[in-house]
Unconditional design. Structure first.
Ligand SMILES: NC(=O)c1ccc[n+]([C@@H]2O[C@H](COP(=O)([O-])OP(=O)(O)OC[C@H]3O[C@@H](n4cnc5c(N)ncnc54)[C@H](O)[C@@H]3O)[C@@H](O)[C@H]2O)c1
Length: 357
């Protein structure tokens, strides 16, 4: 219990996985400081510690935050994560995910913070030749997003050698679901992940689901992915942090369940939970979409003494459904009200314009 109140800097803590991780950290007695530029994150999602608005590429801002909070470790979620967009605009991805991250780890080095958990991805493996995919699988990414994550793994290894920075690379498969208490959920704009789109289709917020590829060599012809509940992911981060704080060395771990579900299975399961039929359109396969992506999670289970507890498809869908159909609306209302409030404060003649960070 000597870790109670230990400050941990969480970049991207206002985003989907980062906000769930902040809740898990606070629950275990850590003090999560969210550092986020809010480009894709949400002010309402920061509930378990302070929000420091800033970009990971802003060195002065980072210096200020490191000096004030003296974090013992960094959990680095902040990144752009749209693989398709990265093909169209690679510079955006390399600048943010690599150059920005480099600024962050140089600041860590100079402030003598030598522990980092890095959000990597199964996208670093490219098209797998073995299923389930072990960590030792060759890493040959097929898009700039995956390449940017692999570059950061390499850079962190070099910083380990040169500056004694310990790192754990967590290679996530498909994060899904929402907080079981309804405090948080997935809110990407634009949304590209399958499950939220299927739920939006069930709620009639979008007209249909496009299925890319119905002729894969899988039992029902649609692509198979390994879905892991976001709270299980969040708990794995806390375990990884404990591992690092005990100075048990750098490592790379897959975070998945070892079990995959097809696009069809996901759609049918949402139809069952919602009682709504979901219109679909069959489309050709997308270039670079592997038929099956399933993790071999054994190493993570052993190293972290962790196992997914809520990653069965039914729990993932129920929590996500709960978020989209009830809590989400309340959160948006709150954020809308906040924005209105700030607009009024800033327009008032008594209050000169505020420069917000
Ligand atoms: N969602 C998944 O299934 C998945 C799978 C594999 C890897 N990942 C990785 O996990 C991490 C979190 O993913 P997510 O789904 O929560 O994404 P997200 O977009 O919800 O969260 C990312 C957060 O980082 C912030 N951010 C981005 N660039 C920043 C910068 N330069 N400075 C400060 N803040 C910045 C955004 O505002 C956002 O709040 C990402 O690194 C992503 O690549 C996600």
């Amino acid at each position: 219990m000597d870790h109670l109140g230990t400050p941990i800097l969480v970049t991207g803590g206002a985003g989907y996985i980062g906000s769930h991780a902040c809740k898990a950290l606070a629950k275990m007695g850590y003090f999560p400081i969210t550092y986020d530029n809010l480009v894709y994150g949400h002010r309402w999602a920061v509930k378990w510690g302070p929000l420091e608005e800033g970009d990971v590429s802003e060195r002065q801002r980072l210096d200020d935050v490191f000096s004030r909070y003296k974090p013992k470790a960094v959990i680095h979620f902040a990144a752009y994560a749209y693989a398709g967009e990265s093909v169209q605009n690679p510079g955006k991805y390399y600048r943010n995910n690599v150059v920005g991250s480099l600024t962050l780890i140089e600041a860590m080095r100079d402030h003598r913070v030598n522990k980092i958990i890095f959000s990597s991805s199964c996208a670093t493996y490219g098209i797998p030749s073995i299923i389930p995919i072990p960590e030792s699988h060759p890493q040959v990414p097929i898009n700039p997003y995956g390449a940017s994550k692999l570059m950061m793994e390499r850079i962190l290894q070099d910083f380990g050698q040169a500056h004694g920075i310990y790192s754990i690379f967590l290679r996530y498969f498909n994060a899904a679901g929402a907080d079981l208490d309804g405090d948080l959920g997935e809110e990407h704009e634009p949304e590209t992940h399958l499950l939220p789109l299927v739920i939006k289709a069930a709620l009639r917020q979008i007209p249909l689901i496009e299925i890319y590829g119905s002729d894969y060599p899988t039992p029902d012809g649609t692509a198979i992915r390994d879905y892991i509940h976001v709270t299980d992911l969040a708990e794995a981060h806390v375990k990884a942090l404990m591992h690092l704080l005990e100075e048990r060395g750098s490592t790379a771990l897959n975070l998945g369940t070892g079990r995959g579900y097809s696009v069809r299975e996901v759609i049918e399961a949402v139809e069952e939970v919602s009682g709504k039929s979901i219109p679909v359109r069959r489309c050709p396969r997308r270039v670079g979409d592997p038929p099956i992506l399933v993790a071999d999670p054994i190493q993570a289970e052993k190293a972290l003494k962790w196992q997914p507890q809520r990653s069965d498809l039914r729990t993932i869908i129920n929590t996500s459904w709960n978020w989209y159909s009830t809590h989400r609306c309340k959160e948006f209302l709150k954020e809308g009200e906040l924005k209105k409030h700030f607009a009024t404060v800033e327009r008032s003649p008594k209050n000169p314009p505020v420069i917000k960070r």
